[in-house]
Design a protein around this ligand. Structure first.
Ligand code: PMP
Length: 393
């Protein structure tokens, strides 16, 4: 028998949907896969070349320090200084195999059995399972505002002592960005209540239409604080496959994480670390080129998607690369499905568009469309969705 702990874990709805789409594609079916959060751009050439050069120079036959090579940690410290005018030290940084592992290790580092973790729904699929694996209890809050952002008023309503708050800005799946004032209010609340707070800033460089991104690093210092930042190269640098992310936190928290990581992965892949150094220290123009392309796609696709019968994106996303349309109750009824999870399967099978449903994000009644695809592909996806939903009006 496998462990009870493992048995309770749900598969990642996003990866499961994307996997089904890939299987159908392998069978020769023309499926549009909008399921997973990966950029359609190629990793910029200078980044790939840095990795090739690391291989040629044999920077591969040894373990690096668990927390990453010094040059990478320095590149992270420098970028943080440049982008946020924040002064952090090398021992405030640990590099992990993707931001996902940073988050996993943080849950293991911070949580005792039955500790309460609060986050707004919808929330990224893996937080829930990672918290459960660490024995914690997730309290998801359904915010009352249209943007579905967590507020201090929501936090005040939680009766139990909160151990950890997770805020993801820009948010996957809604694309909403927390303003400076909203972040200050939440981080102040956390401080007053001795609560840890993780700010997942993985989409921080991908904000659109004049939106300003505020990092926690612009609000509070890390040392002697319970604020923790998670970031990585996956999204802004088209580097999801390289698996490099990091945690920025007090040296105390980082030291404990490193102890855990010693027994988990040792270091993240050396070659990928050298690629990440080139990403952070090299020419940043490709980030801006990709950001502008995402912005254009967002603006076009947001308008198009809102013309599909039964679908509505209530608050226009300001960042990340997802749209999270609500399916009207009338449409859900008309399609004859039990819930949006069934609806997303029906859309995959009949319209050949792969989009995970809101259930995996703690928010039934919605679908998630990743728009990191060429506009021609997005237009075709919207056309297919329109044809699909028109049958039911
Ligand atoms: N946080 C959020 C909100 C994400 O959407 C993702 C990727 N889908 C991650 C973290 C993990 O990113 P990485 O590729 O660095 O593991």
């Amino acid at each position: 028998m496998i462990s009870k702990k493992a048995a309770q874990v749900q598969p990642a709805a996003t990866l499961a949907m994307s996997g089904l789409a890939k299987d159908m594609q392998a069978d020769g079916i023309d499926v549009i896969n909008l399921g997973v959060g990966e950029s359609d751009f190629q990793t910029p050439k200078h980044i790939a070349e840095a990795a090739i050069s690391a291989i040629k120079l044999n920077k591969t036959s040894f373990y690096t320090p668990t927390s990453g090579v010094k040059e990478l940690k320095q590149a992270i410290v420098n970028q943080v200084a440049q982008r946020y005018h924040a002064d952090i030290a090398l021992n405030n940084v640990t590099v992990t195999t993707g931001a996902k592992l940073s988050l996993y290790v943080l849950m293991q580092t911070l949580l005792n059995p039955n500790d309460i973790v609060v986050a707004a729904a919808p929330l990224w699929v893996s937080y829930i399972e990672q918290i459960k694996l660490a024995g914690g209890i997730v309290k998801t809050i359904q915010p009352k505002n249209e943007a579905l952002k967590l507020t201090v008023a929501d936090l005040e309503k939680v009766a139990e002592q909160v151990k950890l708050i997770i805020v993801n800005s820009p948010t996957n799946p809604t694309g909403q960005v927390y303003t400076r004032d909203e972040l200050i209010a939440i981080t102040d609340w956390a401080k007053q209540h001795d609560t840890y707070i993780i700010l997942d800033e993985i989409y921080g460089q991908l904000v659109y239409n004049g939106t300003t991104f505020t990092s926690g690093l612009q609000i509070q210092p890390l040392e002697n604080s319970r604020m923790i930042i998670v970031d990585g190269v996956s999204k802004a640098y088209a580097m999801t496959g390289w698996r490099i992310g990091w945690t920025l936190a007090s040296s105390e928290i980082i030291a404990v994480m490193n102890k855990l990581l010693d027994h988990m992965t040792s270091n993240p892949t050396a070659v990928a670390q050298y690629a990440a150094i080139a990403a952070l220290s090299g020419d940043q123009s490709s980030v801006e080129t990709m950001r502008l392309a995402f912005e254009k796609r967002l603006n076009t696709t947001f308008d198009l998607l809102n013309t599909v019968p039964g679908l509505q994106v209530v608050s226009k996303p300001q960042g990340a690369f997802y749209l999270f349309p609500k399916v009207s109750d009338a449409m859900l009824l008309a399609t004859g499905v039990a819930d949006t999870s069934d609806l997303s399967m029906k859309i995959l099978e009949e319209a050949h568009v792969a989009m995970p449903s809101g259930e995996g994000f703690g928010m039934p009644g919605y679908l998630r469309m990743g728009y990191a695809k060429d506009q021609v592909v997005l237009n075709e996806a919207v056309r297919r969705l329109t044809v699909f939903f028109q049958q039911y009006i």
